[in-house]
Design a protein around this ligand. Structure first.
Ligand code: FAD
Length: 416
């Protein structure tokens, strides 16, 4: 079904009885050309681009829970391409360009909102680092504006400029950054893939891999054996657990990250704001709730929930930055599992097992990457060679010392 003004009008006139489910809830077949493990944003986007760009449609996406139940439905919805390193900028800019035309491509309202992302700086050293980042972005054709205190004040007068422990000196603004509705992104890709013949199988957990003569031949699942010529792992926070089923040990630790939503208020925050003196970031949803988050909980876990000390830490950061939110009530908070690599950058690569591919290590930045990761992972699976925009995201880069340490934090996953 094509969504348009006319389909809306027709259904409005007929009691909204004509809408059909956005995608088929498929039963698994016994054999496919390719199987994608994980029905999150990355898995669904990969299936969509395999079908759209490479004509490979005999595919199943196997999801152990339900579409949207993982991080794709748990993130704080920020999209941006304000990276520093050459390995990262072209990839995230490709993703940003795909975001800009996503709704037309998918014929689905993903509520992409380019409201701008503002990273605040609070010291001369931080300003210089942001100037360097902004220059690197511009050299790659990405928009970046370095603002001084007065310019930031004109945009965000409610921030604490006057009696703050960490006075705001300015900010690095990417105007094309912003937010997108996370569930809608999953639903839009699921619909686009399903329309092209992809089977999306929910409640189907992969419990093992069939490996014959060093080559993958399918998967064992809670709904039986499924054979496939190619198998792609795209399970985010569960990457190390699932890869271990194929005998692989990944350079990844899983950590919890929490997100928070306040009660709804009138429009206050025009863009996404990040606090440069602590780990806190905030935006306002179209419904009026303030959506915010901060640091990882700080211990390894596969639980999709966090603990109170982090709630306190995040709220302290928020109140330090904008004291007025101290009077708001938090409506909801939740956790997601982050697949943290040792350098903070992702992996899109083949594995040592023939026919087994890996998309992992997105840390807490994989939502913005969904379109490009799907496109590049599909390219790798279809052609057996990396897409040029994701050429640096190799699995063996840690052994080679070719790390992409965007933050300069060193080899400590929980710090990235
Ligand atoms: C609180 C929070 C805030 C975040 N904020 C941002 C942000 O603002 N911007 C940004 O860019 N990124 C953000 N992220 C990160 C981003 O959400 C993730 O990097 C990204 O969603 C991960 O990819 P995915 O969508 O494919 O993951 P998921 O949606 O988690 O998909 C993986 C799927 O694999 C399934 N699975 C696992 N094991 C198996 C199995 N054995 N068999 C079958 N299926 C299996 C899971 O059920 C899951 O549905 C945030 C994450 C969290 C938790």
């Amino acid at each position: 079904m094509h969504y348009s003004f006319f389909s809306l009008l027709r259904n409005a006139m007929t009691g909204h009885r004509g809408w059909t489910p956005a995608w088929r809830d498929a039963e698994p077949k016994s054999t496919y050309d390719a199987v994608i493990v994980g029905g999150g944003g990355h898995g669904l986007a990969t299936a969509y681009y395999l079908a759209k760009e490479h004509g490979i449609t005999n595919i199943a996406v196997l999801e152990k829970g339900w579409v949207g139940g993982g991080n794709i439905g748990r993130n704080t919805t920020i999209i941006r391409s304000n990276y520093l390193l050459a390995g990262n900028i072209p990839f995230y800019e490709l993703s940003m360009k795909l975001w800009e035309s996503l709704e037309q491509s998918l014929n689905y309202n993903a509520m992409v909102s380019q409201r701008g992302v503002m990273n605040l700086y609070h010291s001369d050293g931080q300003r210089d680092a942001y100037a360097r980042r902004g220059n690197a972005m511009r050299l790659h054709g990405v928009d970046a504006d370095l603002l001084d205190r007065e310019q930031v004040h004109a945009m965000l007068p409610f921030l604490n400029f006057d009696d703050a422990r960490f006075p705001i000196q300015g900010g690095l603004l990417q105007k094309r950054g912003g937010t997108a509705r996370h569930d809608a992104v999953a639903w839009g890709y699921a619909r686009g893939a399903s329309d092209r013949g992809v089977d999306i199988v929910q409640n189907c957990e992969v419990t093992g891999f069939i490996i014959e003569n060093g080559r993958v031949a399918g998967v064992e699942t809670t709904r039986g054996q499924i054979r496939a010529k190619k198998v792609a792992i795209s399970v985010a926070g569960n990457s190390s657990r699932v890869a271990a089923l194929a005998g692989l040990r990944l350079p990844i630790e899983s950590h919890v990250l929490q997100a928070f939503v306040s009660e709804g208020i009138k429009p206050l925050i025009p863009n996404v704001v990040t606090f440069g003196a602590g780990h806190f970031y905030i935006s306002q949803s179209d419904k009026g709730g303030l959506v915010f988050g901060g640091d990882l909980d700080g211990y390894k876990s596969y639980a999709q929930r966090g603990n109170l000390p982090t709630v306190k830490d995040v709220c302290e950061g928020g109140v330090a930055l904008m004291p007025l939110i101290g009077r708001l009530r938090i409506l909801r908070n939740w956790g997601g599992i982050m697949d943290m690599t040792a350098d903070g950058s992702p992996i899109i690569d083949k594995t040592p097992v023939d026919g087994l591919y890996l998309n992992a290590g997105w840390c807490y930045g994989g939502f913005k990457a969904v379109p490009a990761a799907g496109l590049c992972f599909a390219h790798l699976i279809a052609r057996d060679e990396p897409h040029s925009a994701a050429a640096a995201f190799r699995l063996d880069r840690f052994a080679r010392g070719a790390v992409i340490d965007e933050k300069g934090q060193g080899p400590q996953p929980n710090l990235h």
